[in-house]
Write a protein that binds this ligand. Structure first.
Ligand SMILES: NC(=O)c1ccc[n+]([C@@H]2O[C@H](COP(=O)([O-])OP(=O)(O)OC[C@H]3O[C@@H](n4cnc5c(N)ncnc54)[C@H](OP(=O)(O)O)[C@@H]3O)[C@@H](O)[C@H]2O)c1
Length: 276
């Protein structure tokens, strides 16, 4: 798989999963617009790594909650690259901007979640498409459990915002099919070197142990590179017949049944497997 001669933009690629995606696309030859919000130094570090991989790109700053700033990202892509092949919508605002339970959440918090996901995606796709030829690729990064379940109470706004974005993916997939542009969603499980590392230690430890026990059947958290690999696959020419789909990239975590204790499900955790 080669993306030589291709141009990509990955929102939120200063760090975390977005950086993993940007580096994988660059490793395969794409030039990448590295988008950031406030952390220019981290974005510059991503760009340096892209150059070490033998590719190139540029930095672009924008608040994705502001439609005019989203438009500016693509104006810069037009002036720097002239065309676009891959648009990955990955940026997500910091948890304190939206993290409140349903009975308490303010409309400002709600709006930030929806504006940064569904609205940013709506505006972004409509700006990206005029820059794309046949074979263009659009990928939304979601956290699908937030929209499927109601258990993580303070995630209500982001869950709803991601669900709305997932719906948009299906509508855009149909709208853009005649141009041979595919639109898909990738839903990572919990990922190392991401927002996770900014959460309280007790949360991080509890979450790692939970996944390693078997709630992620592959027995570990994912990495930004795992998600970069999935995005690269869905952006390859061979994936041209796959559109409008939501793909869980989570080591099997989304297959687990929360109604039953693990022991009853007969799950062999990697730790147990090592012990026998
Ligand atoms: N982490 C996980 O385990 C996990 C699991 C499933 C899905 N996801 C999804 O994967 C994506 C990336 O998550 P992550 O944990 O890797 O993120 P992260 O490490 O928290 O990084 C967030 C990124 O978004 C940018 N950003 C923050 N506020 C912004 C704003 N207002 N406008 C534009 N950009 C903004 C940040 O830029 P600066 O560096 O400049 O601040 C940074 O590049 C998100 O869509 C998230 O929902 C994550």
């Amino acid at each position: 798989m080669s993306f030589a001669g291709k141009h990509a933009v990955v929102t939120g690629s200063s760090r975390g999963i977005g950086r993993g995606i940007a580096l994988k696309l660059a490793e395969k030859g794409a030039r990448v617009a590295v988008h950031y919000y406030r952390n220019r130094e981290a974005a510059q570090a991503t760009l340096e790594k892209i150059r070490e991989l033998g590719s190139d790109g540029f930095l672009v700053q924008a608040d994705v909650c502001q439609p005019d700033e989203v438009r500016r990202i693509f104006q810069q892509v037009r002036s720097e690259f002239g065309s676009l092949d891959i648009f990955v919508s990955n940026a997500r605002t910091e948890a304190p901007t939206f993290y409140q339970p349903p009975m308490e959440i303010t409309l400002d918090h709600w709006n930030i979640a929806v504006d940064s996901q569904a609205k940013a995606f709506l505006v972004g796709v409509r700006e990206a498409v005029p820059l794309m030829a046949e074979g263009g690729r659009i990928v939304a990064i979601t956290f699908a459990p937030g929209g499927r379940f109601g258990s993580w109470q303070p995630w209500v706004a982001m869950g709803a915002a991601k669900a709305a974005m997932e719906v948009l993916v299906r509508y855009f997939a149909v709208a853009l099919a005649s141009r041979r542009i595919t639109v898909n969603t990738i839903s990572p499980g919990w990922i190392e070197d991401s927002v996770l590392n900014s959460l309280p230690e007790v949360f991080q430890t509890g979450l790692r142990e939970w996944q390693e026990r078997g709630w992620t059947p592959m027995g570990r958290l994912g990495t930004p590179a795992d998600i970069g690999n999935a995005v690269a696959l869905i952006c390859s020419p061979e994936a041209g017949w796959i559109t409008g789909q939501l793909i869980d990239v989570d080591g099997g975590a989304s297959l687990m049944d929360a109604h039953l204790p693990l022991e009853f499900q007969g799950v062999v955790t990697p730790k147990k497997a090592q012990a026998v």
